[in-house]
Design a protein around this ligand. Structure first.
Ligand SMILES: Cc1cc2nc3c(=O)[nH]c(=O)nc-3n(C[C@H](O)[C@H](O)[C@H](O)COP(=O)(O)OP(=O)(O)OC[C@H]3O[C@@H](n4cnc5c(N)ncnc54)[C@H](O)[C@@H]3O)c2cc1C
Length: 504
């Protein structure tokens, strides 16, 4: 056992560290199955002090460190790039530290999941507003902040989870521990506001994909959950991409306060019905796209007024109401009342055995997404020969497209787009050629979408390096990002490899 291992063991105790081969391999991947490297050591510290000591040691030994929350990133955000390195699993930082009901701020340890936090808050009639990502049952608050996550409910009303951020405690790569927001004033007794006391350093760590520091405490605004809610699901007419975009834009332009507004494309409806993932759509005669809304209100009158406005928009756009019950196909009700927002995507990605989502998530203005979706169809046709190589093995064609499209803050949407393919281990046999085709097609599609001007918000290793490889970054922006990295992390130990800061 190495000297480094013994030193780390002294920091966290031996039950919280491992170099067992199986453990190391289980931390070598995220949701995608691409293997980029296996860590030497996996460690589970309990707090910021232990994390600080680990980082100081890693600097002395010049060894890479990768922070990991729930490990739900879709393309390698919290797995090592290259062998070696220490994965810091943050799941022991799992507690609610303070609920400030007067000021509506909660402070938690960064490894707590969205589900655990909201389960706690609902005892007080409160919630986080934006419910984090669709993976919120396991994904952590720290991972969400590191990604600007959005999608697990409430995103049309509250936007990405970073919007609610008040302050952070961060262990810098060199081991110093800082607090941001109102806590930058050492006389402030509790976190209450993000902006002020100088520049918004909290923002530096939002969406940083774990390169600038390890978040250990997060203070978030919280909200009383309104007493009234309504949820309706509609089937879209033809030209559903354009019609759904028109509806979203009209809702924004008329200032109607929706909690969620989501479009699910026809291809997805057909597949999930065919594979019996969503029995609630089985009875639909036409397997067209779906749009649904959720609204919240503090009185029945307010709810009714919003509902009337929205229903008029749906009617004008020839949308067909499916009925009030979940069994009628009202996915909106399931999404809101039964936490479907944290279950939806799990089903989608397990449609066939060995299927793997090779996706990425981005923001774009509402008006842009029909065009992006059309171009993904075009890309699919252009790459049919390559896609066929996988089909010849699996007899099921990989799918290019998008998951649900969600209205977020502003007149923008979140799109999960990509290529859903198969793993090289298919039906008990290994087909290494699939890996090569998958990676090539995945990058090709993401490059194509990048050139539509989208904003990737969760970047992982794949997107962060692809942006650099294809020259998509504005040069001055990239240089500032790199200089900031060098200043905060002179030995470049944290999340080594991301954004290609030191070449390939
Ligand atoms: C079924 C499913 C549904 C999903 N739906 C959505 C969705 O709707 N919206 C969405 O945004 N994403 C979604 N995702 C992707 C992902 O789960 C989220 O982005 C989530 O917020 C990641 O959180 P995590 O704790 O799993 O982070 P991880 O995957 O562990 O880490 C993500 C990144 O953050 C870094 N990191 C993690 N914790 C910390 C910390 N404390 N300090 C510093 N860096 C840290 C990691 O190094 C990595 O770069 C989904 C994934 C799955 C599997």
């Amino acid at each position: 056992m190495s000297e480094l291992y013994h030193k780390l063991e002294n920091i966290v105790k031996k039950e919280h560290i491992s170099n067992d081969l199986l453990i190391r391999h289980s931390y070598s991947r995220n949701v995608d199955l691409v293997l980029q490297g296996v860590p030497d050591i996996v460690i589970r510290p309990k707090d910021e002090i232990e994390i600080s000591e680990i980082l100081k040691l890693a600097n002395e030994e010049n060894i890479a460190v990768i922070p990991r929350g729930g490990g739900d990133c879709e393309f390698g955000g919290s797995k090592p790039i290259g062998d070696e390195g220490i994965v810091i699993d943050l799941k022991r930082l799992n507690n609610v530290l303070n609920l400030d009901q007067d000021n509506l701020v909660v402070t938690v340890e960064a490894g707590i999941s969205w589900a655990k936090l909201n389960d706690y808050l609902c005892n007080f009639g409160l919630y986080t507003g934006c419910m984090g990502p669709g993976s919120g049952m396991t994904a952590s608050i720290g991972g969400g902040i590191s990604h600007h996550s959005v999608g697990g409910g409430g995103c049309a009303k509250y936007g990405a989870c970073t919007n609610q951020l008040v302050s952070l405690e961060v262990v810098l790569p060199t081991g110093e521990i800082i607090e941001t927001g109102s806590q930058a004033n050492k006389y402030s007794q509790y976190p209450f506001n993000r902006f002020g006391n100088g520049p918004d350093l909290t923002g530096l760590f939002c969406g940083d994909n774990g390169i600038y520091g390890i978040k250990t405490k997060v203070s978030l605004q919280i909200f009383p959950k309104p007493e009234y809610a309504a949820y309706k699901t509609f089937q879209l007419p033809r030209k559903e991409r354009q019609v759904s975009a028109q509806i979203m834009s009209e809702v924004r332009h008329r200032g109607i306060d929706v909690y969620d507004l989501m479009y699910i494309m026809d291809l997805l409806i057909r597949i999930v019905t065919q594979e019996k993932c969503y029995p609630l759509f089985e009875d639909l005669k036409k397997k067209r796209g779906i749009i649904f809304y959720t609204i919240e209100a503090n009185s029945e009158q307010e709810l009714q007024a919003k509902e009337n406005q929205l229903d008029k928009i749906m009617e004008k756009n020839k949308c067909e109401y499916l009925g009030s019950e979940i069994s009628d196909g009202n996915i909106a009700k399931w999404h809101y009342t039964e936490q479907g927002h944290w279950q939806f995507y799990h089903n989608l990605w397990g449609i066939y055995p060995s299927m793997q989502p090779l996706t990425a998530e981005c923001f774009t203005p509402v008006a842009n997404y029909p065009n992006i979706m059309d171009d993904i169809d075009q890309w699919d046709m252009e790459h049919n020969d390559d896609i066929r190589k996988i089909f010849d093995i699996t007899q099921i064609r990989p799918i290019a497209g998008s998951g649900p499209i969600l209205l977020i803050d502003g007149n923008n949407v979140e799109i999960t787009c990509g290529f859903t393919s198969f793993w090289s281990v298919y039906d008990g046999e290994v087909h290494p050629e699939i890996d090569e085709v998958n990676l090539r097609l995945w990058k090709s599609l993401l490059e194509r979408v990048t050139k539509k001007g989208v904003q990737w918000y969760m970047m992982g290793d794949l997107m962060s390096r692809l942006m650099v490889d294809i020259g998509a970054y504005d040069e001055e922006f990239y240089n500032l990002m790199k200089r900031t990295k060098k200043m905060l992390d002179p030995n470049m130990i944290l999340s080594r490899g991301k954004f290609n800061f030191w070449g390939k």
